[in-house]
Design a protein around this ligand. Structure first.
Ligand code: SF4
Length: 371
């Protein structure tokens, strides 16, 4: 098998969806009691049949997370470097057809943002850009990594998908982790939401995690944008992608995110609404299916939801986030990619974490030990 695409093409969306919705209470009970869980068990855990088992799922998820990760939650923060983008994505404030002021931070501006982030206590930063290969390219990333590497213990990146050779060039500059979300595995709907630009190439995006694995990246993050399509089916394909990658690239570590579509300037209404209870079900299902994977939550979710989810399986959480380039110090009033739901400071969130008997950690220990 050359890439995940070969496996993916043997599956049919509608049949997969039907098989998830056909799962029964017995299937869920089996998925909760077995020691060797497979993708059929994952289907049962995300199915409507699992809803009455939510408390049992939450207890198991908490127990498995504490066994593997201890009572620790790692904090990270995004640093938006640029909102320039050549793509149309129907759900994003930075889409090229959205008339917003475009900005790419200069080295001096980046350092202003870095100072503000360091003052908040962070040692783990996530670099974010739109997708504009003319202005924000591999050479730009190299310069940024060189600039900020002395200030952070862990650097993650969420930018346009790159070639394997590009990732090979960036890792010596201190790149630890790359996040690349498929947005949706529903190929026709993917085309509707990405009608223009390089991102409209479904397969290039689908094969990005393979290129990352081949480049020997330390960690990669997967996920879909919840709200574009049936979340149960989309998250099944995410779980299948994760299982495939873990087998192919066993030295790489993995994380999963589950962003729900948020309002933005000129925004799209979600096709599918996911309730808070359903998001809890998904988080627990991911943990019960995979005890090793990191589960990451952003400030898209509300204060109340984030307070309650800490104990159930989350390992990484952001706080105090700004989703606009220059948002921390340079240009706080510029347009955000999406609206933040939880506006608390990192220290306020750290207090909530401590109050629940967990320890907030500001650097990625896993990476520190690996170096
Ligand atoms: S989601 Fe990314 S690629 Fe799409 S418009 Fe927004 S910044 Fe550009």
């Amino acid at each position: 098998m050359n890439s995940f695409k070969d496996l993916f093409e043997t599956y049919n969306w509608d049949q997969t969806k039907k098989s998830i919705y056909a799962k029964t209470s017995d299937d869920v009970a089996h998925a909760l009691s077995t020691k060797n869980r497979n993708l059929e068990d994952f289907k049962a855990l995300v199915s409507p049949a699992a809803v009455p088992y939510l408390e049992q799922m939450a207890a198991l998820s908490q127990q498995l997370t504490q066994k593997r990760f201890g009572k620790v939650v790692q904090l990270y923060v995004p640093l938006y470097l640029s909102n320039e983008c050549k793509n149309i994505c129907t759900y994003c404030g930075f889409s090229v057809d959205n008339k917003v002021k475009r900005k790419t931070l200069s080295p001096m501006e980046i350092m202003q943002e870095v100072s503000a982030i360091k003052e908040m206590g962070y040692d783990h930063v996530l670099l974010v850009t739109g997708e504009d290969n003319e202005n924000v390219h591999v050479d730009y990333f190299k310069k940024v990594l060189e600039l900020i590497r002395p200030h952070f213990a862990h650097i993650s990146m969420e930018v346009q998908p790159l070639d394997r050779e590009d990732y090979l060039q960036l890792t010596p500059y201190g790149l630890n982790t790359v996040l690349v979300y498929q947005e949706t595995y529903h190929q026709e709907d993917y085309k509707k939401h990405h009608p223009k630009g390089k991102k409209s190439n479904f397969n290039y995006r689908l094969e990005t995690p393979d290129r990352l694995g081949q480049a020997g990246i330390h960690k990669m993050g997967l996920g879909v944008l919840i709200g574009l399509e049936d979340w149960r089916t989309d998250c099944f394909f995410t779980a299948m992608h994760l299982q495939y990658l873990e087998k192919q690239y066993w030295q790489t570590k993995y994380s999963l995110s589950f962003p729900r579509l948020r309002p933005f300037s000129g925004g799209l209404t979600p096709k599918v609404e996911m309730s808070d209870r359903e998001l809890v079900q998904l988080i627990c299902a991911y943990r019960i299916f995979n005890e090793e994977v990191e589960l990451s939550m952003s400030t898209r979710e509300s204060e109340n939801f984030r307070n309650n989810i800490i104990k159930l399986g989350i390992t990484h959480i952001s706080a105090g986030s700004k989703t606009n380039p220059g948002g921390y110090a340079v240009e706080p009033e510029s347009l955000e990619q999406f609206e933040i739901s939880d506006e608390r400071s990192p220290e306020q969130l750290a207090q909530i974490i401590r109050a629940q008997g967990y320890e907030p950690v500001w650097k990625d220990w896993d990476n520190s030990l690996a170096q």
